[in-house]
Design a protein. Sequence first.
Length: 350
Amino acid sequence: MPTQAFGWGVESPDDEIHALRFERRDPRPDDVTIAISHCGICHSDLHFAHDDWGMSNYPMVPGHEIVGTVTAVGPEVTTFAVGDRVGVGCMVDSCLQCEYCTGGQEQFCVEGPTFTYGVPDRNGELTQGGYSDHLLVREEFVCRIPDGLDMAKAAPLLCAGITTYSPLKRWGVRKGTKVAVVGLGGLGHMAVKIALAMGAEVKVVTTSPEKAEAARAMGASDVVVSTDPEAMEAAAASFDLVIDTVPVTHDIDPYVTLLRPNGTMVVVGALEPLPGVSGFNLIFGNRAVAGSAIGGVAETQEMLDFCAEHGIVPEIELIKGEDIASAWSTLEQGDIAHRFVIDVAGSRSG
């Protein structure tokens, strides 16, 4: 039977996030039931809540950076047991049969992956996310949290971690690779830490000079202020890879000029239309602009293990459920060099 859940969500694009009760769907034989301890706040939560991309469904309980403990498993579950520390990212289901699902790229499922919140699932029931006390997830979409990772700090890895790990791995970052990270927000600071662990030389490109100290404290060798023409000119044609983490529409052409010949710029933050790129800047240098979307479940587990091995965790600010509206307001005013994480277990009052 459906179970009562408590969480925080919105009921329309103009609604302010608030505490609410809702029903979780019936458990299925292949389900893992998770008592959520923490959930990170992603900038896309705001976009979905406000229907900025024209695809939102309501009522909506956001959250796709979820960690917690297994409290029950269905009779068909074989890889998890009660008491396991687990995490769930941006997807909770897919067809598992197409070439992308069988190839470890469930995010490109030909039938469309089932996202963690705000979309109809395989039975037509609306998914609800991790700003809540518990979650039911198909076994194949649950990751194991390594013992060496703090649960609160592990939560943002389920989105911010994999979103930056995947392109860094795909474009072969290794010792000596010169990487520029555009933006030092929730995604950007993870890109810096992961690229450094892969052996890269990393610089941060930002519109905010005041973030220079934080960038260097994370290990960046230098900071390029993008609003300073002289600084941008000095940094031109000096990077093998540019990871653009800016979450809103912006002009990417200035960042393309930072690439060395044969270099690639990867957009991971903005889903909105981006202004055109100069053909000259692409052609004269064999430069490329690409995009990257999260990663498959196996790669997400690989990323969690990598972060545990290298001691990589995000900078976080732990908040209670009643603080979510304030955190959203801060994100709307500008990117911050850490991730808000909801202490769900410590906020339960419903």
